[in-house]
Design a protein around this ligand. Sequence first.
Ligand code: HEM
Length: 404
Amino acid sequence: MSTDVSVFEIELPYLNTEGMDRQSAVQVASEMAHDHWLARTDMGYAVLHYRDAEAILRERRFFSALSQIPRLNGLEGDYFSRRRQSILTTEGDEHTRLRRLVSPAFTPAAADRHRSAMRRVFSSLLTPAIERGSCEFISEVCDPYPIPIICEVLGAPSTDWQLFSSWATDIFKIFNGNLVEDLPAIEAASEALNEYVVGMVHERRGHAGNDLLSDLIAAEEAGDRLSTEELAMLVEAVLMAGTDTTRNQLGCALAVFGEFPEQWKLLVKQPELVARAVEESMRYLGAVRSTVRVASTDISYRGVVFPKNSLVTTHLASGNRDEEIFEEPLVFDITKTRTNQQLTFGSGIHRCLGAALARAELQEALSVMAEQVGEIEFAGPVTWKPASFGIWGPAALPLRLLAR
Ligand code: HEM
């Protein structure tokens, strides 16, 4: 007979971060993690330790809660029932099939093909800032950086960057908590993108290029292939999941280097530390704080039963400060060898598909910058996006850049 107890019946601390800025909210969660692995929240429950976050994300019966966004906003039917599934919300065998087909197109080697384009785009944004000696790093450098890269990766012509940018902005409104009002713009952008991508797919079927879309079209396993509809879904997922994340993570990284300028000088002196610098800044200040799962059935974990439909937040930021996993987790040190991976790309079956691409983009940005900028310092106060944002980072980051 099982001795597991329902999560309803156990006494749990209440993690209430309402009204707090994001850093304080993460601090409160990681302090609570000293004594508890699990907490109650407004929405459901939160797991606070690295190993538990990893285990919940690897438990396939916990589904991504992204599919619940319309329901949580009181919206169901019509648009959302017509809207196709995204890789982010697909589960089970269907998800396994998609990941198996697409993974070879997202390897580090595939991402490496685009490193020179990354350097070119980043340099073109940084040069005017260096010439002036200062900049507002978010609007001038971070925001415009990822879209041209995604277009380059997909093989879309550079003349269409603006189109992609405006579609991404409108589709992103899905996360603004104002779905009723924003729905027409979201729907129009999603349909326009779909039409564009279907056109690209037809073109590429005859003439394969050295790009992600051509790789996805060619992807085949045991006679199985992606349909045109699935290809369009993947392009939308890449645009949605790969732009705001990267620009915010770059902003977070530079905000951390601004706080610890001696670490920047270390990177300038030892550019071979760039890969570690990216991992350490993602661990220390991740653009994605947490990701939410919903129990698809009653699930028992560590003797606790989470009934069907329970919402469980896996606290990636608190896991990234777990003392059992990271020595001196509150220290930002790009020279430290950390044996465990930071959690900001998530874990389990939905773990970031674009991790290799994101790493390459961040590494190239930091290395171009370290080649040209000897010292950085804040040129004014750093302001931050609201703590409630799922993808988060500085809203404004005024930096003084001292050319080498
Ligand atoms: C620093 C930048 C990035 C961060 C912090 C990040 C973070 C994440 C996280 C945490 C997840 C898992 C979400 C969950 O489990 O609920 C995820 C999934 C995903 N990411 Fe990223 N991401 C980044 C960049 C990118 C890029 C550049 C791409 C484009 C190729 C991308 C494409 C995806 C896709 C398609 C998924 C869904 C995978 C699936 O559901 O199987 N991401 N990302």
